[in-house]
Design a protein around this ligand. Structure first.
Ligand code: GLV
Ligand code: MN
Ligand code: MN
Length: 430
């Protein structure tokens, strides 16, 4: 799809999201599938470039594929930019708001600040980070990890998608030169603070009956791949007693992962993806790969839990005549957002509650390098990474207003405008 097919901007968050609502719909899974470098994701990036251009922002895409849209280009040599933004890629069959809400809200916040006649004393930029979900190449927050030097570019170039295409090859096919990915301290040092607005991925704001919250921390989390090897064979000719079936081992291991995680207070462990090889109805698999997502506020507990899972998998696999091996794909320690920035946002958004989150974000990766903060917008279903994720239109506009007020305060412009409320004519996105 070309951007010319997209309706004009309506200058509301819900209007912008409506403009892109047809992009990347997944007819099989429901919801949206917008993996990095897919047609859907590149269409969304084109849409953002067009929207930023319409607002007179100076746009460039850096060598890690991060899009930067600058309000004040003359200030590029300064080191105190206020940056907001989020991502446009999605998990398979994801919701409409995870990522795009933060991008659309950033565009509307710029509109609000311009309408207020704000003359920023610091540069302002909107950033769009690629592969935040890690849905295609397995490493979440790939763009921000490359920018900050937290991911080895060689490792990134070798990452493979489910079809065996390397990141390097897919990047080339999409006009990006993978030789130049990696730490970009020149860009990083221009950034003063980063504020990411995001749909809340739980029920905190519903329970508090509030539209917008300030983020306090992100639960530490990591991803591991467990491969269980057995003996591929014929489903009809192999007696039950003679099998070395890794699917059986995988089934037992998955139940034990759930049971082990339950022994650790506040732990979460999930197997959301499982791939039998070769994957035929009348074939006993020769190997099963499964991916484990583990989260806990205490990083040493995450380490203990994954070790318990590893040992248990070894024993269970060998009981089934199979072997197992575990590899870490990514690890993000628990993040506590900058206290000073959080206090400043509390002053700028009086009455907004402070909430933590179990979900990972580029703001978490950036937080070891610059002060970062997050704003969460109420999600009435409390569900995310699912088509059931929801934001009501009036909450989306309240979120953009809260973001504009936060940015105005950080940019050193005039005081915030009137408190946010439902705009006239707003409607539920249903
Ligand atoms: C990203 O949304 C994550 O928490 O995995
Ligand atoms: Mn997200
Ligand atoms: Mn997500």
């Amino acid at each position: 799809m070309t951007t010319s097919a997209i309706k004009p901007t309506t200058d509301s968050v819900s209007g912008l999201l409506q403009d892109i609502a047809i992009i990347g719909r997944d007819k099989t899974r429901g919801g949206y599938s917008r993996p990095v470098f897919s047609t859907a994701e590149t269409d969304l990036r084109d849409w953002f470039l067009e929207q930023a251009g319409r607002r007179g922002l100076d746009v460039r895409t850096d060598r890690n594929g991060i899009i930067w849209a600058w309000w004040d280009t003359s200030a590029r040599t300064r080191r105190d930019a206020v940056v907001t933004g989020s991502h446009l890629d999605s998990v398979p069959g994801g919701g409409e708001y995870d990522g795009p809400l933060g991008v659309a809200s950033a565009l509307v916040a710029v509109d609000i600040l311009k309408a207020r006649g704000l003359r920023p004393r610091r540069p302002l930029a909107i950033a769009v980070f690629p592969e935040e979900e890690g849905s295609r190449f397995g490493v979440a927050c790939l763009g921000s990890r490359l920018l900050t030097g937290e991911l080895d570019p060689d490792k990134a170039r070798r990452l493979q998608d489910q079809d065996g295409n390397t990141f390097a090859d897919v990047a080339v096919a999409n006009g990006q030169d993978p030789r130049f990915i990696g730490a970009d301290y020149k860009t990083l040092q221009q950034l003063g603070v980063f504020v990411e607005l995001h749909v809340e991925q739980g029920r905190g704001l519903v329970d508090l009956n509030q539209p917008v919250a300030i983020g306090s921390s992100i639960l530490g989390h990591g991803r591991w791949k467990l491969s269980i090897s057995g003996q591929g064979n014929h489903a009809g000719t192999t007696l039950m007693a003679d099998r070395k079936d890794p699917m059986i081992a995988a089934a037992k291991i998955m139940v034990s992962i759930r049971d082990t995680a339950r022994k650790y207070r506040d732990a979460r462990a999930t197997v959301g993806r499982l791939q039998p090889v070769p994957g035929g109805t009348n074939v006993i698999a020769s190997r099963v790969d499964l991916w484990i997502d583990v989260r806990h506020p205490d990083d040493s507990v995450t380490a203990a839990l994954i070790e318990a899972i590893r040992l248990n998998a070894q024993v269970t696999a060998s009981e089934e005549g199979c072997r197992s091996s575990l590899t870490m794909e990514s690890l993000s320690p628990t993040v506590h957002f900058d206290g000073g920035l959080r206090d400043r946002l509390k002053e700028l958004l009086p009455g907004a509650p402070v909430l933590d989150t179990g979900a990972g974000h580029d703001a978490g990766v950036l937080s070891s390098h610059i002060p970062t903060a997050m704003l969460f917008v109420r999600n009435p279903t409390g569900i995310s990474h699912s088509p059931d994720e929801l934001v009501e239109d009036w909450d989306a506009e309240a979120g953009a207003m809260a973001l504009a007020d936060s940015l105005a305060g950080l940019l050193g412009g005039p005081p915030a405008g009137p408190p946010a409320g439902p705009p006239a004519g707003s409607r539920s996105s249903g």
